[in-house]
Design a protein around this ligand. Structure first.
Ligand code: MHF
Ligand code: KIV
Ligand code: MG
Length: 279
């Protein structure tokens, strides 16, 4: 299992870090088999497996529920769980208790929080309490309501400089890594150089210390909009639809189940079932 130390070492060695989201037992099993360095139980689960339009409705209980299933499928992988919308913006006591529940009840190895300087003190309190924290800057989907949509961040110099400052504050507050989402590739490269901790990009180009993408996006599973920065490595939906359609047709036309899918009792047992009369 990776640790915050071995991840830092990977950055030192210029070895790329690969993270993949997983939301349930079978996806976690496959992520571990594929040798992912990190699994992220992202609140994107709200969109790709729960059918919400955004990540906003996702709750702490749902994150714990899904992380438990992931942990059962990937016992030997470092698992990061998103703290969902507003679960780290109330009192520090509530924040700490939400993080405590995620760590203790779900088996997560770390939590991820969206935001920069404004949450730096929270990140410090969490890490001081023994909770490994991953930051998340750039496009922060939990702010979609305030932002008014999903767009590339840090295209202008001022915005880019502010982002670097936020990243440094997170590092100083104890974050062990930072996700950088939907930013120009030059900015991700500069941020990776400016920080000691690994920068994991999504829609951030090749200069980051690692990459993360959403499971359902890369395997082509689901009917959701797939962002431009995604590379589809598979197209699983038509395979599933084909199986479902064949099953339906075969039940309707009587070809399923066949003999090989059926159980048979011995011929001599049969008469008694008809009140002793021969059939
Ligand atoms: N399925 C899925 N994949 C993701 O990568 C993902 C989620 N869901 N949900 C949580 C966040 C939200 N993310 C998103 C969602 C949409 C865009 C998007 O529509 N981007 C535009 C580009 C915008 C621009 O050019 O300014 C695109 O066309 O890809 C980007 C990131 C990334 N995350
Ligand atoms: C897209 C990644 C970084 C994420 O936060 C999620 O899957 O929720
Ligand atoms: Mg997320």
């Amino acid at each position: 299992m990776k640790t915050v130390k071995s991840l830092a070492q990977m950055k030192q060695n210029k070895e790329k870090i690969v993270m993949m989201t997983a939301y349930d037992y079978p996806s976690a099993v496959l992520c571990e088999q594929a040798g992912m360095d990190l699994i992220l139980v992202g609140d994107s689960l709200g969109m790709v497996v729960l059918g919400y339009e955004t990540t906003i409705p996702v709750t702490v209980d749902e994150m714990i529920y899904h992380t438990k299933t992931v942990r059962r499928g990937a016992a030997s992988t470092f698992v990061v769980t998103d703290m969902p919308f507003m679960s780290y913006h109330g009192s520090i006591d509530t924040t700490l208790d939400n993080a405590r529940r995620i760590m203790q009840e779900s088996g997560a190895s770390a939590v991820k929080l969206e935001g920069g300087g404004k949450i730096a003190e929270t990140v410090k309190r969490l890490t001081d309490s023994g909770v490994p924290v991953m930051g998340h800057l750039g496009l922060t989907p939990q702010s979609v309501g305030v932002e008014g949509g999903y767009k590339v961040h840090g295209k202008q110099r001022k915005e880019a400089e502010a982002l670097i400052e936020d990243a440094k504050k997170l590092e100083q507050s104890g974050a062990f890594a930072i996700v950088l989402e939907c930013v120009p590739q030059q900015l991700a490269e500069i941020a990776s150089e400016a920080l000691q901790i690994p920068v994991i990009g999504i829609g951030a180009g090749a200069g980051a210390d690692g990459q993360v993408l959403v499971y359902h996006d890369i395997v082509g599973y689901g009917s959701h909009h797939v962002p431009k920065f995604v590379k589809k490595y598979g197209e699983i939906s038509p395979v599933i639809l084909d199986a479902l359609t064949s099953y339906k047709q075969e039940v309707k036309n009587g070809t399923f189940p066949a003999q090989e899918h059926s159980f048979t009792m011995k011929e001599e047992e049969l008469p008694t079932l008809y009140g002793g009369k021969e059939r």
